[in-house]
Design a binder for this molecule. Structure first.
Ligand SMILES: Nc1ncnc2c1ncn2[C@@H]1O[C@H](COP(=O)(O)OP(=O)(O)OP(=O)(O)O)[C@@H](O)[C@H]1O
Ligand SMILES: [Mg+2]
Length: 318
């Protein structure tokens, strides 16, 4: 079966001022099987929105190839577009239309018949709590509510692919959770979801596969566990002590953690290095300061992200 998304050696050069160009994507390749929730993470300027715009047939790639449900976005843009509902990072909903008309017009433009569009609208309005604002024009709404309408629109359609570029930005936590639950349900029903987000906990909770993009290149891709293995030299250690002596902080610092937080009788430390060597060091440490409890775990997505995209620090004095 064809993949929902296929991207091969995709490049995008933007023309900048004075004839220079910016390489926003630098040979990105990946494939998303159907029914997956694929997360695209990366710092500002990584190229996430550029990738979304190419898939959405809004920007043409400089080189490489992208296809959705088997339709090439450059050669068959109309067929490709029919496969997806896209929420762009910068889209405004139609400001002068009412909430109701935003939803209906969107469905009509995608060929949903009138009666079906109305029925769908009622469900979506309930779900996204838009009932009270149905007759308001979008320009009167708060930022988070505008965003909610953008996201609500994708549930007016049954396209096999949904693409969201930082869609939950500005939403309150309850609405965010609702959107996440809804996306999960859509994926269970076989829809494929590609989403970019800066909220790593969101990606951690939602995405089957995650790609970390940095300066237009894929730094790593895989399930959360696969990414964990790649960043296997990062450990978070939680220690609990029977008693906390005055010089505890100093003793802990001697273990050379990358980060350290002490809270009463317990301490949380982040280490980079070999696990065996770390355990030996902790063993030595426990002979001088008795440890009541200790826990070592792999990195969170945020720690992996920071490890993969962190700039090498300039040497002191350089
Ligand atoms: N229309 C454009 N013209 C020129 N340069 C652009 C244009 N759009 C994006 N860029 C540049 O391309 C690079 C990638 O931008 P892009 O918007 O894809 O990043 P992003 O990962 O979505 O970032 P953010 O997290 O801030 O949304 C950046 O260096 C950006 O300045
Ligand atoms: Mg962006």
């Amino acid at each position: 079966m064809t993949h929902a998304i296929e991207v091969e050696a995709l490049c995008e050069d933007y023309r900048a001022k004075a004839g220079a160009s910016v390489r926003a994507l630098d040979g990105v390749s990946f494939a998303v099987p159907r029914g997956r929730i694929y997360g695209l993470l990366g710092p500002n300027g990584a190229g996430k929105s550029t990738l979304v715009k190419i898939l959405g047939t809004i920007t043409a790639p400089t080189a490489g190839r992208a296809a959705v449900l088997g339709f090439d976005v450059t050669r068959e843009p109309l067929a490709a577009r029919r496969q997806m509902a896209v929420v762009l990072q910068q889209t405004a909903a139609e400001n002068l239309l009412t909430v109701r008309d935003n939803l209906l017009v969107y469905a009509y433009l995608h060929g949903v018949p009138r009666r079906a569009a109305h029925a769908r609208m009622r469900t979506v309005v309930d779900e996204f709590e838009l009932g009270a604002r149905l007759r308001s024009t979008v320009q009167e709404l708060s930022l988070g509510t505008k965003r909610r309408i953008q996201v609500a629109k994708i549930f007016m359609l049954d396209t096999p692919l949904v693409i969201l570029d930082e869609a939950t930005t500005g939403m309150d936590p309850l609405m965010k959770r609702r959107v996440m639950e809804r996306l999960r349900a859509e994926a269970r029903n076989g829809r494929t979801i590609l989403m970019t987000t800066q909220v790593l906990s969101e990606a951690e909770a939602l995405c089957d596969t995650i790609m970390i993009l940095h300066r237009g290149r894929a730094m790593a891709a895989g399930t959360l566990n696969e990414l964990r293995r790649r960043a296997a030299h990062t450990f978070r250690v939680t220690l609990t002590f029977a008693r906390a002596d005055g010089d505890l902080a100093q003793r802990l610092r001697a273990l050379a953690p990358t980060e350290m937080k002490i809270d009463g009788h317990s301490a949380e430390l982040l280490f980079h290095g070999e696990e065996a060597e770390l355990l030996a060091r902790l063993g030595d440490f426990s002979r001088t300061v008795p440890i009541a409890q200790f826990e070592v775990r792999g990195p969170t997505l945020e720690e992996i992200f920071v490890t993969l995209v962190a700039e090498p620090r300039p040497e002191a004095g350089a």
